[in-house]
Write a protein that binds this ligand. Structure first.
Ligand SMILES: NC(=O)C1=CN([C@@H]2O[C@H](COP(=O)(O)OP(=O)(O)OC[C@H]3O[C@@H](n4cnc5c(N)ncnc54)[C@H](O)[C@@H]3O)[C@@H](O)[C@H]2O)C=CC1
Ligand SMILES: O=C([O-])CC(=O)C(=O)O
Length: 344
């Protein structure tokens, strides 16, 4: 339909094209995203980077880690994908890695060993994420910041404080990833109902640790027609999904592949929003006035500036309301931990 020169000119102009322009479907995709993965040589960072290599909306994928990142980037640079991949290693290169990025995904930091709580990772991981977020504030103040590093419940409020101190905080662009809780709920419910997990829609709200993870079973579609005990056991399995994987891995890390799948799903939704497409609804842990916890995950939709709509709380039954009260208390404590870290 077009000559090669015309097509490349059109693709170069994609940022100003309406994504609904009646051209070819290929031209409806906004291209040219710059994405950085911080912690790219790790258990999540590697498979996430591989999944991102398949996304032709990405122009440049920057991989940053404090170790082994050159080999990971070299390996990915043999994949037949048009995405350009670059390795950046060590604290000296973090600013270069995040400079002018559309999206920065932070997976850097320690993972749990058997018997540990997520909160026990806080001191070490807060220091690591603080460094990355300071670099983003300086070099990429418009970027969407996607935090995977645990404990999400405290690390995200901590990151918000760092951004505030740098006068670059925009609550619409800072996300703690809770998609893995949704993915698990869809899978476990799908197994129970004997349907594909892709058919299951279930809001999972709250935070990302234990009883702060609230799968709202009363709003599940299709409806969960099951006894109370059965519903309680699925809720429990979602809340303890992290521990299930840690035990199965016998001391060799926590969830990585399912987390990479989940972070990839979240980044996909962000790209759609950035491109001006109507996005699927996806919860994330964000600044919130929906409850008394000032960070809380609720279903969101996305736009060119990050969060477009916070859909707030789904309808809750009595037991879900009670569980939410417990979660809010726990979240308030975790949020304070994050805020105090920066004050110190
Ligand atoms: N939000 C969620 O649902 C989930 C979060 N996680 C969390 O994600 C984090 C990463 O997990 P894994 O990839 O399994 O750990 P990992 O130990 O395999 O990888 C972490 C990577 O971070 C790198 N790193 C450490 N300090 C760094 C720094 N200052 N700058 C750049 N890179 C640095 C390490 O070299 C390593 O390659 C953990 O905190 C884990 O608890 C894990 C699963 C689910
Ligand atoms: O449990 C962990 O430490 C990792 C994680 O957050 C999860 O798998 O949900």
């Amino acid at each position: 339909m077009f000559g090669a020169k015309t097509t490349s000119l059109l693709l170069g102009k994609m940022n100003v094209f309406s994504c609904f322009h009646p051209m070819t479907r290929q031209l409806q995709l906004r291209r040219g995203f710059r994405v950085a993965v911080i912690g790219a040589a790790g258990g999540i960072g590697q498979p996430l980077s591989l999944l991102l290599m398949k996304d032709q909306r990405i122009k440049e994928l920057r991989l940053h880690d404090v170790q082994n990142v050159k080999g990971v980037a070299a390996d990915l640079s043999h994949v037949s994908s048009p995405v350009s991949v670059q390795a950046m290693q060590g604290p000296d290169q973090i600013e270069k890695a995040v400079e002018c990025c559309d999206v920065v995904v932070i997976t850097a930091g320690l993972a749990r060993k058997p018997g540990m709580t997520r909160e026990q990772l806080f001191e070490v991981n807060a220091t690591i994420v603080c460094g990355a977020v300071s670099a983003i504030a300086k070099k990429s103040p418009e970027a969407m910041i996607v935090i995977v590093t645990n404990p999400v419940n405290s690390i995200v409020p901590m990151a918000a404080e760092v951004l505030k101190r740098n006068n670059t905080y925009d609550p619409k662009r800072l996300f703690g990833v809770t998609t893995l809780d949704c993915v698990r709920a869809e899978r476990f419910i799908g197994e129970f109902l004997n349907i594909s997990p892709t058919m299951v829609k279930i809001p999972v709200i709250g935070g990302h640790a234990g009883t702060t993870i609230l799968p709202i079973m009363s709003q599940c579609k299709p409806p969960m027609k099951a006894g109370r005990e059965c519903i309680a056991s699925i809720i429990k399995r979602v809340q303890t999904g992290g521990e299930e994987i840690i035990q199965a891995k016998e001391g060799k890390g926590s969830a990585t592949l399912s987390m990479a799948f989940s972070a990839n799903r979240f980044v996909d939704v962000l790209f759609r929003g950035l491109s001006g497409e109507k996005t699927p609804i996806e919860p994330a842990y964000v600044e919130s006035s929906v409850t008394d916890a000032c960070f809380f995950a609720t279903p969101l939709s996305f736009g060119p500036k990050g969060i477009a709509t916070n859909h707030g709380l789904p309808r809750l039954d009595k037991s879900e309301e009670d569980a939410m009260k417990v979660a809010v208390k726990e979240l308030q404590r975790s949020i304070q931990l994050g805020v105090d870290f920066v004050k110190k």
